[in-house]
Design a protein around this ligand. Structure first.
Ligand SMILES: [Fe+2]
Length: 450
C-alpha cells in the first residue's frame, strides 16, 4: 500500500513537473515571436515605411522581409531583407528586445507585403500601401486619450473606427495612449493587443501625452518605451526628435508638438521657433497640428485658461485650420476670438471628465467615446466626429477659396449635445463645481440658442 502511495506521489510529481516544464517552454516560444508590431513613418510616406516590434530577449536579431504585394502566395524566394536595429530593455514584465527598421526606396502608391522576425519565429505577412504623393482626396483617423481600461473599453473605439473607415491612410493619436508610459503591464501590452493586426496595416502617428512621461504631472522624462515602441521622424529640434516632428503626407503636413514640455521656457521657445519655421516653409494645402494638452483647460476640475498664448498667436498668424488635442477627457470644438484655428479636444477611451463651458466652445460633449474621421481634399477639409456606436456627433467643413481664405460651415444636422457628467461626478469634484454645473450648462445652451 505504502509503495503504491509513494509511486502515485512520484508519478503525480513527475506529471506536474512536466506540466510546468511544458508551460514554460510554451511561454518561452510564444514571446520569441514578434509582437507589438506597428508601422509608421520616419521619412517620406510615399517611399518609405518604418516598422517596430518586440521579442523576448532570446531573439537578439530581427529582420524585416518585404516585397511588392502579389496575389500569389509563391513569392517568398523574391523578398528583400533588412536587418533591424535591436535594443534590449528591462521592463516591468521582463527583459525584451525592441527591433526597428525603416524600409527605404519604395515605390509611391504601391502595396507591399512584409513580415518581421528571425529564424523560426516570424510574424504573419501583412500589407501596407505607400502614399501616392499626389494631391488627392483621402481620410485619416484621429483618437484622443485611450489611456485607461484600454482592452476592456478603449479598444472598441479603435476597432469601430477602422471598420467604418478601412481606407484611412493613418491613425493619429493625440497622446495618453496609455496611463503609465513606463509600464508594459496594463499599459503598452494592452495598447498593442488592442491594435493587433490593425497596427500592422494602418500606420500609426502619435504625439506624446503627459502620461507617456515618467512623471505624468509635470511632463518630465519621456518614457524610453516611446522611442522603443515607435519610429517617428528625427526632423524635430535637437533633443526633441521623435516627439516633436512633422510628416508630409501628400498635400498635408502633420505636426506633432510635445508641448508637455511647455513649463520649461527653453524647450518651449525652441519648439515655438521650430513650429514657425515649419509653418513658414510649407507650400502644400493643409497643416494639422496635434499636441496633447488642449489650448484651454476645459475639464471642470482644472484651472481654466489658455495654456500657450504664444502658440495661439502663431496658429492665428499662419491661419492653421485645425489643432487636434486631448487631455481633458471630454469633447470640445470651437474657435477662439472668432478666428482660426478650430481647436478640437477629444477622447476615445472610457475615462471622462465633466466640462467647464468656456466661451470659445461651439460644440461640446461629455461621457462619450469618440473618434474623428477627417477627409482632406486640396481645397476642402471635411471633419466628422463619430461616437463609438457610429452616430455623427459633430461635423463641419473648411473650404479654401481662390484667395486662400478659409470658410467654416457647420453641419445643419447635428443633434442635441450629450452633456451628462461622468457617473462619479459628485465624488470626484468639489461641491462648488458640482453645484454650479447645472446653471453653467443652461447658460451655455441659452447663449448658443440666441
Ligand atoms: Fe493627459
Amino acid at each position: 500500500m505504502n509503495q503504491k502511495i509513494a509511486f502515485f506521489a512520484l508519478f503525480s510529481g513527475f506529471i506536474l513537473l512536466l506540466g510546468f516544464r511544458f508551460k514554460s517552454v510554451q511561454e518561452i516560444s510564444k514571446y520569441q515571436y514578434p509582437h507589438h508590431v506597428n508601422i509608421s513613418w520616419a521619412t517620406d510616406p510615399s517611399t518609405s515605411q518604418s516598422v517596430n516590434w518586440r521579442t523576448s530577449e532570446l531573439q537578439k536579431e530581427g529582420y524585416v522581409e518585404y516585397i511588392e504585394a502579389v496575389a500569389t502566395p509563391f513569392f517568398k524566394e523574391k523578398v528583400k531583407s533588412i536587418k533591424a536595429e535591436s535594443d534590449s530593455h528591462p521592463a516591468d514584465d521582463g527583459l525584451w528586445n525592441y527591433h526597428s527598421v525603416n524600409i527605404p526606396d519604395l515605390k509611391p502608391n504601391t502595396m507591399y507585403s512584409y513580415r518581421v522576425g528571425n529564424g523560426n519565429f516570424w510574424s504573419e505577412w501583412a500589407e501596407f500601401r505607400t502614399a501616392t504623393g499626389e494631391n488627392e482626396k483621402f481620410n485619416f483617423l484621429y483618437f484622443g486619450d485611450v489611456q485607461r481600461d484600454i482592452i476592456s473599453l478603449g479598444s472598441r473605439t479603435i476597432r469601430q473606427a477602422v471598420l467604418t473607415r478601412p481606407d484611412a491612410k493613418f491613425l493619429l493619436f493625440g497622446g495618453d495612449m496609455v496611463h503609465r508610459g513606463g509600464l508594459n503591464k496594463e499599459n503598452w501590452n494592452e495598447f498593442f493587443q488592442t491594435g493587433g493586426w490593425a497596427f500592422q496595416n494602418f500606420p500609426i502617428v502619435g504625439t506624446p501625452g503627459n502620461h507617456e512621461h515618467l512623471i505624468a504631472k509635470s511632463g518630465e522624462n519621456l518614457s524610453a518605451h516611446w522611442g522603443l515602441n515607435f519610429t517617428f521622424p528625427l526632423n524635430g529640434p535637437e533633443g526633441h526628435e521623435e516627439e516633436t516632428f512633422y510628416i508630409d503626407y501628400n498635400n498635408i503636413r502633420v505636426i506633432s508638438l510635445n508641448l508637455c514640455r511647455y513649463k520649461y521656457p527653453e524647450d518651449r521657445a525652441t519648439i515655438l521657433k521650430w513650429t514657425e519655421e515649419r509653418l513658414k516653409e510649407f507650400t502644400g494645402d493643409w497643416v494639422f497640428i496635434t499636441h496633447h494638452y488642449a489650448m484651454d483647460a476645459s475639464a471642470r476640475n482644472r484651472k481654466p485658461g489658455i495654456r500657450f498664448p504664444d502658440f495661439k498667436e502663431l496658429y492665428e498668424k499662419y491661419n492653421v485650420p485645425i489643432i487636434l488635442t486631448g487631455h481633458e477627457h471630454l469633447y470640445a470644438r470651437g474657435r477662439m476670438d472668432g478666428k482660426f484655428p478650430i481647436y478640437v479636444v477629444s477622447v476615445s477611451g472610457p475615462f471622462q471628465n465633466a466640462i467647464q463651458f468656456g466661451d470659445w466652445i461651439e460644440r461640446a460633449g461629455t461621457s462619450l467615446q469618440l473618434y474623428q474621421d477627417i477627409e482632406v481634399s486640396p481645397d476642402k477639409i471635411h471633419y466628422v466626429t463619430k461616437t463609438v456606436t457610429g452616430e455623427i456627433y459633430d461635423e463641419f467643413t473648411i473650404q479654401k477659396d481662390k484667395k486662400g481664405k478659409l470658410i467654416f460651415t457647420e453641419s445643419k444636422n447635428l443633434g442635441p449635445e450629450s452633456l451628462f457628467p461622468p457617473i462619479n461626478f459628485g465624488n470626484r469634484y468639489n461641491q462648488q463645481l458640482v453645484d454650479t454645473w447645472e446653471k453653467d450648462k443652461n447658460d451655455y445652451l441659452s447663449k448658443k440658442n440666441k
